[in-house]
Design a binder for this molecule. Structure first.
Ligand code: NOJ
Length: 579
């Protein structure tokens, strides 16, 4: 099955009613230095105890009124992120780009697209983040460039151009493309170029030709781009589409699937064998890791979509010498709020990855927002809080997608004319594209949601009137304030940061677990049902110890201690400490 947003579209659900919150004033954000957040972690590398936050810069904060967010907007909102309690930002691409794939088609790896600012703005952002003890990860696209990148322009100019072999050019087969490979965005993965009479390969849009990583000059050129940002001081990279760096040299046809993957179009009826996850991908990642390891404290996060946990394990490398944090996307495949399904993903992660450090992800700029995916129409906010509790208390590094902390919903285009994402135009209405999960972050209930004074590049979602930073900051029961409390609790708890994980019971409605560190044990209990549920303490394996509630998603945690068991209200998440 293809990934990158397409497969995930089958999780879409109906429109969700909103809940009203009180409006109130927002504290003005100052951009002065602030101390790093205190944390209870002792010895682990920073990226193991950090909470990451994905910023989609087009939609975060616009400071020049063009309706598109910019780097200065992120700098202006660093204090919001610091107050929220996140430690590291992954910013999706802001390099010069024709924006066919909204930045994932890069035409210059060593600069900033004018719509986002310039290199000086980036340096200021990095510096301001570092002054707050926060880290910045760039998004690095190694697999392909834009067709407007000078390398490709040269490469396509003639069959004998020195850069011809930097991309993958082949003769056609019986008048058609060289083989049956399909682009993740639909249609053949090959485009014919009449000028030189050959086809070029693109796993994504035709405007994103794949680089030929078997050519050592390509590796050198791309490693130079990576070094450019390392020298500038970035703290690491989220690596785009790493599984696709290499293709079968014999270009064998992929097997055609006998039936359609649910929710996808006929254009995705292919089993990817010869264009994904080839052994050379791993040798290349080891070489890249050597490069980044020369810069202490940097981290490599990878966009990895293997079909199984065993496949994910390979991305750590035989000697843990590939990616430190390959994305564990298996939660995004859990299609409904289901305690047994989430428990099973966590247990599989713990069993297969063993002591390797995982990531927890609910959504990103390619996937329908978690709020929308799991909402039942009646307990939407409670469910969002349960999900937040889960990713922020499991053993591993959590990634929050911007706006998740507010309960942002998908706002999909209503007609094909509204669609901006090309894949949405091509596959409408089966796949409406990824615009819905990329809409502007609402800062205030007012016009432009405090995001822009101009016309936002994507419409502000209707729920922004109540689900926005200003309104939620003033409501003690908001999702935002709950996230803040959770993040504070996590930061101060050695068990939540570093402790072992242990499943409690196998209740079909309650996902419960322990996190245990020397001197502290924490119990997390998540009632994923609309009925009250009982968790008996003997079932936790904690014997005669008593528990003290630390946080409840449904209001102030009870101050008393618990000896025999707890009753969880419908859709309640509780975090308790054992004494
Ligand atoms: C994965 C990115 O997350 C997605 O947004 C992009 O379209 C593709 N890779 C191509 O770069």
């Amino acid at each position: 099955m293809k990934h990158t947003g397409c497969g995930a579209k089958r999780f879409r659900v109906a429109r969700i009613p909103v809940i009203m919150f009180l409006a109130a004033g927002l504290t003005a954000a100052a951009v002065a230095a602030r101390p790093a957040l205190p944390t209870a972690h002792k010895t682990t590398p920073w990226w193991q105890h950090a909470v990451f936050y994905e910023v989609y810069p087009r939609s975060f904060q616009d400071t020049d009124g063009d309706g598109v967010g910019d780097l200065n907007g992120i700098t202006a909102k660093l204090d919001y992120l610091h107050d929220l309690g996140v430690d590291a930002l992954w910013i999706t691409p802001f390099y010069p780009s024709p924006q066919v794939d909204f930045g994932y088609d890069i035409s210059d790896y060593e600069n900033v697209d004018p719509s986002f600012g310039n290199l000086a703005d980036f340096d200021r952002l990095l510096d301001a983040a570092h002054q707050r003890g926060m880290k910045i990860l760039m998004d690095m696209v190694l697999n392909h460039t834009s067709d407007q990148h000078p390398w490709f322009i040269e490469s396509r100019s003639s069959r004998t151009d020195p850069k011809r072999d930097w991309y993958i050019w082949r003769d056609g087969n019986k008048g058609g493309p060289p083989n049956n490979w399909i682009s993740v965005f639909g249609g053949p993965a090959w485009t014919f170029d009449p000028r030189t009479g050959q086809w070029f390969y693109h796993y994504f849009y035709p405007q994103q030709p794949d680089l030929n990583w078997r050519n050592p000059a390509v590796e050198k050129a791309m490693f130079d781009q990576v070094s450019f940002w390392l020298k500038r001081g970035v703290d690491g990279f989220r690596l785009d589409a790493v599984a696709n760096l290499f293709e079968d040299p014999r270009l064998r046809d992929n097997p055609v699937l006998p039936s359609l993957v649910a929710g996808s179009t006929t254009e995705h009826q292919e089993k990817e064998i010869y264009d994904t996850d080839l052994p050379e991908v791993h040798t290349e990642l080891q070489r890249l890791r050597k490069l980044t390891d020369a810069y202490p404290g940097r981290v490599l996060v990878g966009e990895t979509w293997p079909p199984s946990m065993a496949g994910l394990l390979k991305y750590y490398g035989p000697d843990n010498n590939e990616l430190q944090l390959p994305f564990n996307f298996f939660f995004t495949k859990v299609s409904k709020l289901d305690a047994a399904a989430f428990r099973s993903e966590v247990e599989e992660t713990e069993r297969v990855l063993d002591d390797r450090w995982t990531t927890w992800v609910l959504s990103n700029h390619d996937l329908t927002r978690a709020y929308t995916r799991y909402a039942d129409g009646r307990h939407n906010d409670q469910i969002a809080k349960i999900l937040g509790t889960m990713v922020l208390t499991l053993r591993g590094t959590p990634f929050i997608y911007y706006g998740e902390e507010l309960g942002m919903q998908n706002n999909d285009p209503k007609t094909i004319d509204e669609v901006r994402d090309p894949v949405g135009k091509r596959e409408w209405p089966t796949n409406k594209g990824r615009d819905g999960e990329r809409t502007p972050l609402p800062w205030t209930p007012g016009r432009g949601a405090g995001f822009t004074t101009g016309k936002p590049w994507l419409p502000i979602q209707p729920s922004a009137r109540t689900y926005n930073v200003e309104t939620e900051s003033a409501d003690p029961a908001s999702i935002l304030n709950y996230y803040k409390a959770l993040l504070r609790l996590r930061r101060e708890s050695p068990a939540l940061l570093d402790g072992e994980y242990q499943t409690v019971g196998d209740d079909p409605h309650v996902f419960a677990y322990l996190r245990k560190a020397a001197g502290q044990t924490v119990v997390v209990a998540l009632n994923m049902s609309a009925d009250p549920q009982r968790l008996d303490l003997p079932a936790t394996g904690l014997g005669q110890r008593s528990l003290k509630p630390m946080l409840s998603s449904l209001g102030p945690a009870d101050e008393g201690t618990v000896k025999r068991g707890i009753t969880l209200k419908p859709f309640e998440a509780m975090v308790l400490s054992a004494r």
